[in-house]
Design a protein around this ligand. Structure first.
Ligand code: SF4
Length: 517
């Protein structure tokens, strides 16, 4: 006979010792970690991050707004560089998650890891271990660059990566801090590493000759492109630039070190993704003008070509030639207004505003665009453009704001992050995951518009299937009874209330201790 063990609510908070022992991890709260890091000598880097990546004042590592661990952005940039070793220094659980995610997204290389425990952290042995690892990895026959990334705990503990040698046996050593309490999104973490590499490359250029691009230096002035994009996009941009006598330069983050030199050798840097603040700083230090937005849709393309042409000092007649060529190609498709229906859109890639603009030009009734990234000078024009069309634009959007927009505007298609898409599907609203289905396809020029129209039309056409499924399944397996069970589970709201009460009590106690200390 089966026996049920009764569960009595405990009078004590759940495992208080365990929670407090992990006081320097995720649970410590942003303020505690920032304070610890500053005390440990990281003030300068954290102040710079606060200027580059302004965050919500009351948001912690995992709600700022909600996205994956920010360090993933830096890790991904490092793992994509040829002849580069990328090493993490952080808690094992963080490293496990980051390694898993990087391999899920197709990393073909191993992620290095320097483990630690509380003793090696406190005694400074962790830094010695990092130095030893970096020396062991700096084998010029295998790599040109070693990147070492401090995650939350080593940053909060002040592990001084700046004391590592800049070069070992001709191998460049780049140490960066990428704490969740200083860098709000994984998008901006891409900029932390891209900016650090551009800075290193710019200093190399200033000290003497550097390697030329693999295919040699072209004879046309180039436009460097800031932001990861679909491989066809730089080709399409190159075709649009050709009438002005310009060529598309490297895409930053680059895949190879020498591309960094070629990027800095551009005539103009295009901040296609607007959050590359540290990288922009390096282009500006190299005397390169920077232009925001991107050639998406008719109006976007016309404005962008004008701004790029002017920044590169091209004669107006040639700029007009390029603009007319783009106009001829795009007018046909966009005039048909092939998308009809209401859409809400949100994501954490930084290209949300561009997609919003393109959707509107394709005829969609876009009501809300939310981005986890901040407002910068490089997306100011896109924000203005969208607002002028009556769109609610929310920068540093939280999951709650994205969901509220979906409930309020009741779209025929919700484009969003994983949790938005999940909730949209539960509500029988057709939806598309921004990262995998929108940002992983071309956006620029007529090819971008054509590709977006196809995927959006197909998704909107799914409403009938959602209705049929909803009718078939009814309320089976919803809410507390979700999953596969032998009998229908009993809801226990009193247990949830008790757990919440204990957590609230613990939080209050923590706050009181913080104020008293
Ligand atoms: S490194 Fe990432 S996963 Fe680890 S505590 Fe920081 S934000 Fe969270």
């Amino acid at each position: 006979m089966t026996r049920t063990i009764p569960i009595h609510p405990s009078q004590d908070p759940p495992n208080p010792a365990g929670l407090q022992a992990d006081g320097m991890g995720c649970h410590a709260g942003t303020e505690a970690m920032v304070a610890a890091a500053k005390e440990a000598g990281k003030s300068e880097v954290l102040d710079q991050y606060a200027r580059d990546y302004p965050r919500q004042p009351d948001a912690g590592p995992h709600d700022q707004p909600q996205s994956m661990c920010p360090a993933f952005g830096s890790l991904r940039v490092g793992l994509r560089m040829k002849r580069t070793a990328t090493i993490l220094s952080g808690s094992a659980c963080c490293v496990y998650g980051l390694t898993f995610t990087s391999h899920f997204y197709g990393a073909r290389r191993s992620v290095g890891y320097v483990p630690f425990n509380s003793e090696s952290l406190v005694t400074g042995k962790l830094f010695e271990d990092i130095r030893e690892t970096v020396h062991a990895e700096a084998d010029p026959s295998k790599v040109d660059t070693v990147i070492i990334i401090n995650l939350c705990v080593p940053t909060a503990s002040g592990v001084p990566l700046q004391l590592l040698p800049k070069e070992i046996n001709g191998v460049r050593i780049i140490g960066i801090d990428v704490p969740g309490f200083g860098v709000p999104t994984h998008a901006e973490a891409k900029d932390v590493l891209a900016g650090a590499m551009l800075k290193y490359a710019r200093e190399e250029i200033m000290h003497g000759p550097v390697a030329a691009p693999r295919a040699g230096r072209g004879d046309k002035p180039t436009v460097a492109l800031l932001g990861e994009m679909f491989p066809a996009d730089p080709v399409i941009i190159g075709q649009m630039l050709a009438p002005m006598g310009l060529a598309a330069g490297p895409v930053v983050p680059t895949r190879e070190w020498r591309e960094l030199y070629a990027a800095l050798d551009c005539s103009v840097a295009a901040a296609i993704h607007p959050f590359y603040t540290a990288s922009v700083r390096e282009f500006q230090a190299a005397g390169r003008p920077v232009v925001g937005s991107a050639p998406v849709g008719l109006e976007g393309t016309q404005d962008w070509l004008q701004n790029i042409g002017q920044a590169a000092g091209i004669a107006q007649a040639q700029i007009d030639l390029a603009r007319n060529q783009a106009l001829t190609q795009m007018r046909g498709l966009l005039m048909q207004k092939p998308i009809s229906g209401r859409i809400t859109l949100s994501g954490y890639e930084g290209s949300e505003l561009l997609v919003g603009r393109l959707l509107i030009e394709c005829g969609a009734d876009v009501r809300y665009v939310g981005s986890a990234c901040p407002a910068t000078p490089w997306n100011a024009h896109d924000i203005e453009w969208l607002k002028a069309k009556g769109v609610q634009v929310q920068m540093r959007a939280s999951l709650e704001q994205d969901l509220n927009a979906m409930y309020e505007y009741r779209p025929q298609l919700a484009i969003g992050t994983t949790p938005v898409v999940q909730i949209a599907k539960q509500n029988s609203v057709p939806s598309l995951y921004f990262t995998n289905l929108i940002s992983a396809r071309p956006l620029m020029g007529v090819a971008g518009a054509g590709s977006l129209v196809q995927v959006v039309q197909a998704a909107m056409g799914n409403q009938a299937r959602f209705n049929a499924m909803k009718e078939f399944f009814g309320d089976v397996g919803a809410g507390h009874a979700a999953g596969v069970w032998e009998s229908v589970p009993k809801d226990r709201p009193e247990f949830k209330a008790e757990t919440r009460r204990q957590l609230d009590k613990l939080l209050k106690k923590r706050k009181a201790e913080e104020m008293g200390s």
